[in-house]
Design a protein around this ligand. Structure first.
Ligand SMILES: Cc1cc2nc3c(=O)[nH]c(=O)nc-3n(C[C@H](O)[C@H](O)[C@H](O)COP(=O)(O)OP(=O)(O)OC[C@H]3O[C@@H](n4cnc5c(N)ncnc54)[C@H](O)[C@@H]3O)c2cc1C
Length: 402
């Protein structure tokens, strides 16, 4: 298989690379390369630079502020963004709720929410999972009861990524307790500043803060914040979850990680020579490169598929499965390549304004930054976006007919 780009796509890639390198502020780039969760301010600043160029959501349709680029060009752009260390944007907004709003939302919702997402004026979080409803999402219990021109919402969400920074939450709520589980669910947009919303942090194994519990206590949500039709939310959620699984392959991130591992292995020494010259280690790197290339090719195939392609569901599950495992294994390889430096803990930067003052314990070179933390947090890649055991069941049913 030939992975070379044709001249027009190669020129496009070079143009985007040059634009990103020139437009990305140096301090944001340095923090991005350290691999921690990006701060709210960095994400916002970078998104606004992209938006000014019409590049905030290149995968959206042009009429909603996107582009008409080919899937390959959209992919190349993402690879270049990651390679330059740009902050990871608000994916809940750009990848998840944005497409739901422009596909199923009304004109008022499109006008209100889409430009604010593109300009990072509004940050979003995803309120799907509940304490007893994760894999079995359709059993969710958060209730929304219609009261005049409002819904009154009561319940609890959990594992809600970035809820502590979010302005809005898109939530699945039960609006019909009598219907079969999937038929009684609606898709509601909830202002996080509404009275009755409270957020409690969950600190993860790397001592970082990205996930939260969200409590909803008699929260009044305007009925105009219902997306699509009442009790049809499960259909919109399935559309969103397919996008989420495809995104979960995260190949541009993995490509960035692999490059970093190569750089580490070129500096770290074992047995009197750079690690990268060790044939066994080099062979492992090559194996990762091959797996990554194969996964990229599969992602591109999915991006070319129509939304209604019957193979989409299972293929998205395959991408999620392979991509999440690869992300974990590469982070583990980086820590291994770092040797003693792999033990260095860089104090987590969440909520801190100035990362540059943070020194690792014990002392370690810059290139060790964040890897131990990343490797620990990566345990979650095989859980979020739908646990991998569930993806295997989807594949077993829809591909193998079991
Ligand atoms: C870091 C992180 C971020 C997240 N962010 C969000 C977010 O922003 N918004 C949101 O709504 N959710 C979020 N989640 C939640 C995530 O979607 C759920 O954790 C996931 O769907 C699994 O659900 P659960 O945790 O309830 O586990 P459970 O469903 O209780 O599963 C526990 C274990 O049992 C296995 N299992 C369950 N059922 C079956 C079955 N039928 N067959 C075989 N094995 C099974 C699972 O695979 C898993 O290994 C996040 C999770 C993590 C870890």
């Amino acid at each position: 298989m030939n992975f070379d780009l044709d001249p027009a796509d190669a020129a496009f890639q070079a143009e985007m690379r040059a634009f990103i390198r020139q437009a990305l502020p140096a301090d944001i780039a340095r923090r991005g390369r350290q691999g921690f969760h990006a701060t709210h301010d960095d994400v916002q600043a970078w998104m606004r630079i992209l938006n000014a160029r019409g590049l905030a959501a290149v995968h959206w349709p042009r009429q909603h502020g996107g582009t008409d680029w080919s899937p390959l060009r959209r992919h190349l752009f993402q690879v270049e963004l990651r390679a330059a260390g740009t902050p990871v944007p608000d994916q809940a907004a750009l990848e998840l709720v944005g497409p739901v709003i422009y596909t199923f939302g009304d004109e008022v919702q499109k006008a209100r929410y889409l430009p604010a997402i593109l300009n990072a004026d509004t940050f979003w979080c995803q309120g799907f999972s509940e304490p007893n409803s994760g894999s079995d999402l359709a059993s969710l219990k958060t209730r929304a009861v219609r009261d005049g021109d409002h819904y009154v919402v009561n319940g609890q969400k959990t594992w809600t990524s970035e809820a502590h920074k979010a302005d809005m939450m898109f939530a699945l709520v039960r609006t019909d307790g009598e219907a079969r589980p999937q038929a009684g669910i609606s898709f509601l947009l909830i202002d996080m500043k509404s009275p009755g919303v409270s957020v409690r942090p969950i600190y993860t194994i790397n001592e970082g803060l990205s996930v939260n519990e969200v409590f909803l206590d008699n929260v009044r949500v305007p009925a105009e914040n219902l997306v699509g039709e009442e009790n049809r939310g499960w259909g919109y959620a399935k559309f969103l979850l397919t996008n989420e699984r495809t995104m979960s392959a995260e190949t541009p991130h993995t490509a960035f990680d692999l490059e970093q591992v190569k750089q580490i292995a070129a500096v770290e020494r074992r047995g009197g020579r750079p690690l990268i010259e060790d044939p066994l280690f080099a062979a492992r790197l090559a194996r990762f490169e091959i797996e990554l290339r194969a996964l990229e090719a599969a992602v591109l195939r999915v991006l070319h598929m129509g939304e209604n392609d019957p193979a989409l569901n299972a293929t998205a599950s395959v991408l999620k499965l392979r991509g999440s495992e690869l992300r974990q294994r590469i982070a583990d390889l980086a820590v291994e390549a770092l040797g003693d430096h792999g033990l260095a803990v860089f104090p987590d930067v969440e909520g801190q304004d100035n990362m540059d003052v943070l020194a690792p314990v014990p002392p370690a070179p810059d290139y060790a930054a964040g890897w131990l933390s990343r490797a620990m947090f990566r345990r979650a890649t095989t859980i979020y976006g739908g646990a991998n055991e569930i993806q295997r069941t989807i594949i077993a049913k829809s591909v193998l007919g079991l």
